[in-house]
Design a protein around this ligand. Structure first.
Ligand code: ZN
Length: 138
């Protein structure tokens, strides 16, 4: 199995690891295949994601995709974060082995899950905005 330089970099030196106290949105998602569990914390100000942190218990690709996902949404609007696809995460990492693509889906869904929590905390039904959170299973 071959990993790109970027995957190895984000795995050995992950960005934005940790928790945000009083986060505006917290999402947690897991998958049965690798046993990965990803927790995503967002700080949101006026519709802008001002901070994003994560805690991932899982395989190297899950750590790298969480790290890249937080980098891609930081400073972006909620709308942009909702458009973040797992393919965008994979491309930003210069690719992932096919058997690890589900880890990128996990990162995409962790972001959506945190945004869903954000809307719930605002008293807004997240379903029409965020859609259903899918647990990747292969
Ligand atoms: Zn994995």
């Amino acid at each position: 199995m071959m990993y790109s330089e970027k995957v190895l970099d984000h795995f050995s030196n992950p960005r934005n690891v940790g928790e945000i106290e009083n986060a505006d949105g917290v999402g947690e998602i897991g998958n049965a295949k690798c046993g990965d569990i990803m927790k995503m914390y967002l700080k949101i100000d006026n519709g802008i994601i001002t901070d994003a942190k994560f805690k991932t218990f899982g395989c190297g690709a899950a750590v790298a995709t969480s790290s890249m996902a937080t980098e891609l949404i930081k400073g972006k609007s909620i709308d942009d974060a909702l458009k973040l696809t797992n393919q965008a995460v994979v491309e930003a990492l210069d690719g992932l082995p096919a058997v690890k693509i589900h880890c990128s889906v996990l990162a995409e869904q962790a972001v959506r899950s945190a945004l869903s929590d954000y809307y719930t905390k605002q008293g807004i039904d997240p379903l029409p905005i965020v859609g259903e959170i899918k647990m990747p299973e292969e």
